[in-house]
Design a protein around this ligand. Structure first.
Ligand SMILES: *Cc1c(COP(=O)(O)O)cnc(C)c1O
Length: 422
């Protein structure tokens, strides 16, 4: 059976070049970068090479890059770091309602510790209105955090415009660029941001490695205390293999930024067009201001989860809006913020393409989707001409049991989410 992985927003495979470089820094050049001997110097130099590679991808100075354990830590360090550093004079933070849980749950934590948080709405395409940012800023605002590319629906936010507003107001701007880094051009200068999060495993590097850009002069309190690593911003012996992997992945992504995304956009649009040819389907997210690898479509009358199960049986990996919130009780917060009903939000399927995805892969998936949707609609209690309610209920609950048993859970892109799954 053909196997097609369309869940690259959840994670990506590690590239050969990346894995080889990492292996060397585990087995051969295993030194501690803080050591003065030659083992230490070799590790230190490799780490600084990675820092330069990441800086090139982000458009910043190497000294403005702090290595982290990934996107979640980057978001935590940026938001709590600024919040605690400025808390005496500024206890207000502004974020959008469609942020990743690494941002939203951090803000909820801060609300329990004396901070005030404004959650900005988005329009039907998932866009934040920069004027809403302007209106929400008060003299006590320390930080605005709006993501660059949304992980569920792919909408790309007007960060540069928001940055002009925060600059003028003397407020820091953080952006979570985990989904956009390596997929579309990013540049911290042009985007007017003070802090930017990236993660290695979303761009063909290893899990557990990432970086936070911190503009020179930004006031930030470290969250982790110990040795003086990473300019005192992040104590702990550095994850050298992970950092080397991130550096190689960042260099490759930067070099290929021109070729791959263009071809990917063509494939994405072929996939979207095919999905939308299925009756009663709708595209979620902005039609053009959109990450090149993201397709997110809702199908009337059926649950996205049932589609995932059926796709899995024909060798296709996809996800619902956000794998971690794929519970009957909690539809995607992103889709709900965009104005979808709970039922429409449950009906969404996200497919995210990668470097190796081919037109044949897309066509294979499309050839399966039509029949899958037709079959599920025939069983759905919501659809016309369906089974009697009792029968349909049994069929649906059977699918759920199978889901609980079989799918725990490759497609999760919001690690650290606590207990919302069935
Ligand atoms: C995956 C993801 C994260 C979390 O990154 P990890 O490295 O898995 O901790 C944060 N934000 C966005 C937008 C993501 O897609």
């Amino acid at each position: 059976m053909r196997r097609v992985y369309l869940d690259h927003a959840a994670t990506t495979p590690v590239r050969e070049e990346v894995a080889r470089a990492m292996l060397n820094f585990m087995v051969e050049d295993f030194g501690n970068p803080s050591s003065v001997h030659s083992w230490g110097r070799v590790a230190h130099e490799a780490m600084e090479q990675s820092r330069a590679n990441v800086a090139r991808l982000l458009g910043c100075r190497p000294t403005e890059v702090v290595f982290t354990s990934g996107g979640t830590e980057g978001d935590n360090l940026a938001i709590m770091g600024v919040a605690f550093a400025r808390k005496d004079s500024h206890n207000h933070i502004i974020v959008s309602q469609i942020e990743h849980h690494a941002v939203l749950h951090t803000c909820e934590y801060l609300e329990g510790h004396g901070f005030e948080v404004t959650y900005l709405p988005v329009d039907g395409d998932g866009l934040v209105d920069p004027d809403d940012v302007r209106r929400a800023i008060t003299p006590r605002t320390s930080l605005v955090s709006v993501m660059h590319g949304n992980n569920e629906v792919g909408t790309v936010e007007p960060i540069a415009e928001i940055g002009r507003i925060t600059r003028e107001a003397g407020v820091y701007l953080h952006t979570d660029a985990v989904q956009s880094a390596g997929k579309i051009p990013i540049n911290v200068q042009e985007m007017n941001v003070d802090l930017m999060t990236v993660s290695a495993h979303k761009m063909y590097g290893p899990k557990g490695a990432g970086a936070l850009y911190i503009r020179r002069g930004t006031r930030l309190q470290p969250l982790q205390h110990g040795g003086g690593h990473e300019r005192k911003m992040r104590a702990g012996t550095e994850n050298v293999p992970g950092i080397v992997g991130l550096g190689v992945a960042a260099a490759l992504a930067y070099d290929e930024l021109d070729e791959i995304p263009r071809g990917m956009t063509v494939l994405r649009d072929r996939l979207i067009a095919g999905l939308l040819s299925i009756p009663r389907s709708r595209l979620n997210g902005h039609p053009s201001r959109r990450l090149p690898h993201n397709a997110n479509v809702s199908f009337g009358d059926i649950e996205g989860e049932s589609v995932l199960l059926a796709l899995d049986m024909v060798g296709v990996a996809a996800s619902t809006g956000s794998a971690c919130t794929s519970s009957a009780l909690t539809p995607s917060h992103v889709l709900v913020a965009m104005g979808l009903s709970h039922q429409e939000a449950q009906a969404s399927v996200r497919m995210t393409l990668g470097r190796v995805t081919t037109a044949e892969d897309v066509d294979y998936v499309l050839s399966r989707m039509g029949p899958i949707v037709r079959r599920l609609r025939a069983m759905s209690p919501l659809a016309e001409g369906s089974l009697a309610p009792r029968e349909a209920e049994t069929a649906a609950s059977g699918a759920h049991l199978q889901h609980a048993a079989d799918l725990d859970k490759p497609g999760c892109d919001c690690s650290g989410d606590k207990g919302v799954r069935r």
